[in-house]
Ligand binder design. Structure first.
Ligand SMILES: Cc1cc2nc3c(=O)[nH]c(=O)nc-3n(C[C@H](O)[C@H](O)[C@H](O)COP(=O)(O)OP(=O)(O)OC[C@H]3O[C@@H](n4cnc5c(N)ncnc54)[C@H](O)[C@@H]3O)c2cc1C
Length: 380
């Protein structure tokens, strides 16, 4: 049973907080304004062993547990969600399938450089006509010579324009809906691959999001993840299970940031000649926010603990994602309402938290999809 972080995890938390405050905080405003990802951070985090935290030592990773990954993601997203998105994809969606199902050659060629920050990864599942319905994708991979020829489109892909490689979902057998898929590693310089356009978003401005095309894009056989055709669905499920727990940590990080801001605002603000902190209504709101942030954090740690024990189900992961992303919406709304017009000003980070938080309800499975997953495991 999980009760508290151990000494090693507490030390790790202190270390990552100070690294992110030193390396990320000074970049946030500039890169949010420019709408680009500060790619130099991949090398910085690689040297600090903060990429792909669950990757074992034999492939160059620190071999930490899911709880540590959540600690790191909470601290990074407390500072910047957009930058958190690119780093999360690197250590999760892009490399998890290679870590768990890839050949030795795939691990040495992509995972180890990703851990060092020498190569940037992306994950391409979503298509213009297939988001929530992953089995509805149309990208196909047809046997061609010694490998496969990929054709199709992908959209909303994080790290899409900055990546060196991407893990791409495609049908090898379209007659088997869902189960006929495989994941392939495509390199950005592979002929037939192109970026259609970079996308601009409501929030996460410093994360890179793009629409991609695969037009007779030839991929050698060894870059298919897994031994046989089919099996892509199982690989996706394991990857998404881990990712949905990470969203608990990301949400907790933003909630913590919003809470710290509003607490400081209430402590320094006077309304009608009285310190705002004397108002009982305000004190009750702050007490509720503090409670929500704690419950989000422990819900996330519980999910991560179950994941580390190898017993987390898709329902466990969906509960973490749904509860934490929903709680976050309420927290950022309250933080905005308490500050009134001041909260709407661009220099006030609360407006950024509100925009960034909204996106959490869509990415890595929408809230409706989390409801469906939970209901399905309840036998409904
Ligand atoms: C900033 C950002 C980054 C992203 N990064 C990536 C990435 O790196 N890689 C990647 O592959 N994808 C990525 N995505 C895509 C993301 O995972 C999808 O947007 C998401 O899966 C939803 O798909 P959709 O937007 O096409 O919505 P749709 O699936 O079209 O859904 C539209 C609405 O209908 C609801 N809905 C759908 N099906 C059902 C149902 N059966 N029952 C009830 N309601 C339903 C949904 O909840 C939603 O509200 C990203 C998206 C964003 C916004």
């Amino acid at each position: 049973m999980f009760y508290e972080l151990n000494d090693q995890q507490k030390e790790f938390q202190k270390r990552v907080r100070s690294i992110y405050e030193r390396e990320v905080s000074p970049l946030v405003e500039e890169y949010e304004r420019k709408g680009t990802f500060p790619v130099q951070l991949f090398r910085v985090f690689g040297e600090e062993h903060l990429l792909c935290l669950r990757c074992p030592k034999e492939y160059g990773g620190p071999g930490l547990d899911k709880i540590s990954e959540c600690i790191s993601m909470e601290e990074l997203n407390r500072i910047c969600v957009g930058i958190g998105a690119g780093i999360m994809v690197q250590g999760g969606l892009a490399t998890d399938p290679i870590l768990h199902f890839g050949s030795e050659e795939l691990k040495r060629t992509y995972l180890t450089p990703a851990v060092r920050g020498e190569k940037i990864g992306a994950f391409a599942l979503t298509e213009p006509d297939a988001g929530s319905d992953a089995a509805g994708i149309r990208t196909n991979a047809v046997k061609h010579g010694e490998g496969y020829r990929l054709n199709g489109y992908k959209t909303y892909i994080t790290n899409g324009t900055i990546c060196d490689f991407m893990t791409v979902a495609a049908y090898t057998n379209p007659s088997k809906r869902g189960t006929g898929t495989n994941l392939f590693v495509v390199e950005r310089n592979d002929p037939g691959f192109s970026v259609i356009k970079k996308l601009e978003k409501l929030g996460n401005h410093s994360s890179d999001t793009a629409e991609l095309a695969f037009d007779d894009c030839d991929v050698p056989r060894w870059r298919m993840i897994g031994e046989q055709e089919g099996g892509g669905l199982e690989q996706l499920e394991k990857t998404l299970k881990s990712g949905r727990i990470t969203y608990g940590a990301r949400s907790t990080g933003v909630a913590q940031a919003a809470f710290e801001d509003i607490l400081s605002y209430v402590k320094r603000t006077q309304r009608r000649g009285e310190p705002l902190r004397r108002s009982q209504a305000t004190r009750f709101i702050l007490a509720e926010l503090a409670m929500s942030v704690e419950v989000m954090r422990y819900t996330t740690y519980r999910g991560a603990y179950l994941f580390d024990q190898g017993v987390a189900t898709m329902k466990d992961a969906s509960i973490v994602k749904l509860f934490c992303t929903d709680s976050l919406q309420k927290i950022v709304q309250k933080a905005m309402v308490l500050q009134k017009s001041a909260g709407l000003m661009i220099e006030n980070p609360v407006q950024r938290y509100l925009r960034d938080a909204r996106l959490f309800k869509f990415t890595e499975g929408t809230s409706e999809i989390q409801h469906l997953v939970i209901a399905r495991e309840l036998g409904l």
